[in-house]
Design a protein around this ligand. Structure first.
Ligand code: ATP
Length: 504
């Protein structure tokens, strides 16, 4: 690579990502013109493409391509007893404390992790902001009051249920209470028998669902890392607890398989190994139904945090729903001639968190010939736009006409854009910044000059985002070349038979 220095490989700051997302149409604050809605975000034109690509790849790799997986798409509103049976009504709570003065609410376990406001008696009441957990360096006091206003006493912790409550039908009464689902998982348990019977599934098999979940988080924040409305993709993988695989209980074997598969999936689409790690839940941290839970943590701009969790939930959920519904939720083991309640391994992923991780990992600032270049090095399958078609001169009708025709042709297969709103160097940088892997440039040589009687060569310049190398390719070869490049082909190999050029 020529004359390039990586300026900011990692970690990129959250502020940089937030500003890029807004400026380039990935993510906007929800209802921004009204001052915004707390911790809700809208995906813009490029954000929606990126998010759909993530979901499409998840679905393709974890559902469509596997014989042991099927999918469902269930209602967000479910029977309220679902949440009683699942334990969410009684246990899906966070302890919270309120400031008696400013009324702000905090998660009890977060209070000591926040910087705190202090009016110091040793300095005539001057106001200081003190780092989390540290005492005041003037008077030695530790935080006892509200970390935000520094004046109010905090209430004792109270349990706060994170489910959003609403009412079904015209009457707001207890009998019509409904909840927005706080996870997608329960629909897979509730539909276990429907899927088993209709699809004649044999253990082990899994049911997947991707969709919105809602949690009235007390302390949402860090951009799309923790929001009150978010998307999940969850898999419930049912196994026969009496089976063994490679000498191990089937549930333990499959738990490890899913951990490895999920890790490999994130790396396959670009997350660097050094930014990923597994975190085993300690015994006292485990949910009461979980035999073992492992999180995949990612080095987000805010530090190491959970990207997804993979839990061995045993037979807890099916047994609970059988108990509360009175329906049998078992599997008939033909070999042993007995009914069993399957164990379940649950890989649970946040789509928005995955998107944030892919953006953070792809973000690079480089210096190219003395100028800063910002690049999102997205895997081509994730990139919101696959190809940008750019005319070298927008005043030449024939160049513009040809460029538009190329865009229309390639757009039959991929998301392809046309842009003529700046000079070529600027257009390349704009595409780099949103992660477009390839550009096509149509120039005078392509179309020739009819006034001078010159015939064009019918070739265009294609440019690789990462290496910035260029090759001269016949227009009619473009679909095949992009097919190879976008399905994992290596630039140097795919373009070896074409003439190479240097970026001007
Ligand atoms: P956390 O500890 O971060 O609150 P969790 O352990 O409660 O997450 P799960 O219930 O296991 O999360 O949900 C599975 C995945 O859903 C998480 O790993 C995360 O990627 C995503 N997720 C959960 N809550 C949120 C949220 N409020 N905003 C965005 N994504 C979320």
């Amino acid at each position: 690579m020529r004359g390039r220095d990586i300026l900011v490989p990692m970690p990129v700051t959250m502020d940089t990502l937030v500003s890029l997302c807004k400026r380039r149409g990935f993510i906007f604050q929800s209802s921004e013109i009204y001052g915004g809605t707390g911790s809700c975000y809208d995906y813009g034109p490029l954000g929606v493409e990126l998010k759909q690509n993530i979901k499409r790849l998840l679905w393709r790799d974890f559902v469509q391509s596997r014989a042991d997986m099927v999918g469902i798409d269930a209602s967000i509103l479910m029977h309220p007893t679902v949440w009683k049976a699942s334990g969410h009504l009684d246990h899906f709570t966070d302890p919270m404390v309120d400031c008696r003065e400013c009324k702000l609410r905090f998660r009890a376990d977060d209070v000591d992790t926040l910087p705190w406001t202090h009016y110091c008696p040793a300095t005539k009441g001057n106001k200081f902001t003190i780092p989390p957990g540290e005492p005041c360096s003037h008077c030695g006091a530790r935080r006892t009051l509200c970390p935000d206003c520094g004046k109010g006493l905090l209430t004792a912790p109270r349990q706060f249920n994170l489910m959003f409550k609403t009412f079904m039908g015209p009457v707001e009464e207890d009998a019509s209470v409904a909840y927005l689902r706080p996870e997608t998982a329960q629909a897979m348990f509730v539909n276990f028998d429907n899927v088993l019977q209709s699809m004649r599934m044999k253990l082990p098999f899994g049911i997947a669902q991707a969709g919105r979940s809602f949690r009235n988080e007390i302390t949402p924040g860090n951009f799309i890392f923790r929001t009150r409305e978010f998307e999940q993709m969850e898999i419930e993988y049912f196994v026969n607890p009496r089976d063994t695989v490679e000498g191990r209980p089937a549930d333990e074997y499959w738990h490890d398989r899913w951990i490895a598969d999920c890790m490999a999936w994130f790396q396959r689409y670009g997350l660097r190994e050094e930014n990923l790690k597994l975190r085993e839940h300690d015994k006292d941290e485990l949910s009461h139904y979980s035999k073992r839970t492992v999180d995949i943590d990612y080095r987000f701009p805010i530090g190491w945090s959970e990207l997804m969790g993979i839990a061995n939930r045993t037979d807890f959920d099916l047994k609970q729903h059988a108990k509360f519904s009175g329906k049998s939720l078992t599997y008939f083991d033909e070999e042993r001639k007995e009914h069993v309640v399957p164990y379940v391994v649950e890989p649970a992923m946040g789509v928005d968190r995955a998107l944030l991780a892919f953006m953070a990992d792809a973000y690079v600032e480089e210096e190219v010939r003395g100028e800063k270049r910002v690049v999102l090095r997205f895997h081509p399958e994730l990139a919101p736009v696959k190809v940008a078609v750019l005319p070298l001169l927008k005043k030449r009708d024939e160049i513009v006409r040809r460029a538009r025709a190329i865009r229309a042709d390639l757009a039959k297969q991929w998301r392809v854009v046309y842009d003529d709103t700046a000079a070529i160097g600027r257009l390349y940088r704009r595409q780099d910044e949103v992660g477009t892997p390839y550009c096509v440039t149509v120039d005078v040589q392509t179309v020739g000059d009819s006034e001078k009687g010159e015939v064009g060569d019918g070739k265009v310049t294609i440019r690789d985002r990462d290496s910035m190398e260029q090759a001269r390719v016949p227009i009619d070869a473009l679909p095949a070349v992009f097919h190879d490049l976008l399905s994992g082909g290596v630039w140097a190999q795919v373009t070896a038979r074409f003439e190479r050029q240097i970026e001007k």
